[in-house]
Design a protein around this ligand. Structure first.
Ligand code: ATP
Length: 212
């Protein structure tokens, strides 16, 4: 079977994007020889959004963070919708746009642990592979992870030979950053600033976001 180029999609709230996200994205690009990686901020309804931080601002921070990453781009699909969208719908749309690529949806171990709670998770696996980054504090022995890895776990070369349905667990280093921690501590603890790319920190200051 002819292998199609692998397109990575990294979905998230990115509220804000931090060095952990970037490190995961770079690790996946390098280790999985991705043709391209699209960072796809999700739509947040006004009552769930962080007060004072709009979707456009989350997207602007993603753009700044990847300005010097030639393989990465911002995917606006979910932001352009007026209601929250499911990952499965976004993957369907991307597959229609680019039928000649294989989709790989990138998540952290915290997300794999409850992946079977995601809307139409089986259909997600019919449309795409999952590439999972390890994350400190979240073991592969908890939640849905053991069952999913036993059933769908694969090596990179096995994943490259299929169009969807495999789960690759990466052996990435520990990245300790978390957006929740950044949101809670940024204003009061200057050390947290180191979790953010310099351009993102500058944007946050300029726009007085997260209490800064
Ligand atoms: P929050 O703390 O608000 O939940 P987050 O730091 O987990 O935010 P998200 O935007 O929710 O950031 O994450 C998008 C994806 O990136 C998720 O699948 C998450 O598991 C993964 N991710 C985020 N940070 C890390 C990290 N440090 N290591 C591995 N995966 C991560």
């Amino acid at each position: 079977m002819m292998t199609k180029p692998l397109l990575g999609i990294f979905g998230g709230t990115f509220d804000p994007i931090h060095r952990g996200h970037l490190a995961c994205a770079r690790y996946v690009v390098e280790h999985c020889a991705l043709k391209q990686l699209a960072l796809m901020p999700c739509h947040l309804p006004p009552h769930r959004a962080t007060p004072g931080v709009s979707s456009e601002q989350r997207a602007a921070m993603v753009k700044l963070a990847i300005a010097n990453e030639p393989t990465m781009r911002l995917e606006r699909l979910e932001l352009n919708r007026t209601s929250p969208s499911y990952t499965v719908d976004s993957l369907r749309a991307l597959k229609q746009q680019q039928p000649d690529t294989t989709l790989a949806f990138i998540i952290g171990m915290d997300s794999l642990q409850y992946f079977t709670k995601w809307h139409q998770w089986l259909q997600i696996l019919e449309l795409a592979h999952l590439i999972v980054c390890r994350r400190p504090g979240y073991s592969a022995d908890q939640g849905d992870a053991p069952m999913l890895l036993a059933r769908y776990g694969a090596t990179l070369s096995q994943l490259q030979q299929q169009d969807a349905g495999k789960i690759l667990l990466l052996d990435n280093p520990d990245f300790y950053e978390s957006a929740t921690f950044v949101r809670q501590q940024l204003a009061s603890d200057r050390r947290v600033q180191a979790m953010l790319p310099a351009e993102v920190l500058e944007y946050i200051r300029q726009h007085a976001l997260y209490g800064c």
